[in-house]
Write a protein that binds this ligand. Structure first.
Ligand code: SME
Length: 166
């Protein structure tokens, strides 16, 4: 399965590609309970699927400091290690527990520029089966306005499937 994944490309619309990615992720993670393994696999599979992704990864709610995010599994250039709730796009998504889509990160108040090549961003809250916020999933793109409603729906569905239901 993993080898086949690494040598494939998915055709179709963005929504169709998210649906295929969701099935592939579920197949690879079947029977794997470890949270770190699940997060690393989601990150790698999505980063390998979508060309508009530049930085892809999780910021985890720190159990020691529950109002702070700490970087988790990611693919991309060096990310900031810690983000306070309410700061930047990740902190806004963590505080509001709502997905935040930003077409132009320069125009977002308090945006944290880990890499100046990031132009637009989507951050999706990640909730476990008890409804607890455990992380946010952050994707940055080098293209402005790279993320649309299909990215939001596709990512929300995958993260729900993997972390709230799986
Ligand atoms: N830009 C994010 C910070 C994380 S990085 O881009 C990897 C933000 O404002 O939350």
């Amino acid at each position: 399965m993993v080898e086949a994944f690494n040598e494939r490309t998915i055709a179709g619309s963005r929504a169709e590609r998210y649906a295929v990615a969701a099935r592939e992720i579920a197949a690879v993670l079947d029977g794997e309970p470890n949270l770190g393994a699940r997060m690393a696999t989601v990150t790698a599979m999505l980063a390998a699927t979508f060309e508009h992704y530049f930085w892809t990864g999780f910021y985890l709610v720190d159990p020691e400091k529950p109002d702070e995010l700490v970087v988790g599994p990611y693919q991309g250039t060096l990310g900031c290690l810690r983000i306070a709730f309410g700061r930047g796009v990740c902190g806004a998504a963590a505080r509001s527990r709502q997905t935040v889509r930003v077409d132009d990160v320069q125009a977002f108040p308090g945006h944290i520029a880990c890499d100046s090549r990031s132009a637009s961003e989507i951050v999706v809250p990640v909730v476990d089966s008890d409804g607890r916020l455990i992380a946010v999933f952050d994707v940055d793109s080098e293209q402005p306005a790279a993320f649309d409603a299909d990215d939001q729906a596709g990512l929300e569905a995958i993260l729900r499937q993997v972390f709230a239901k799986g």
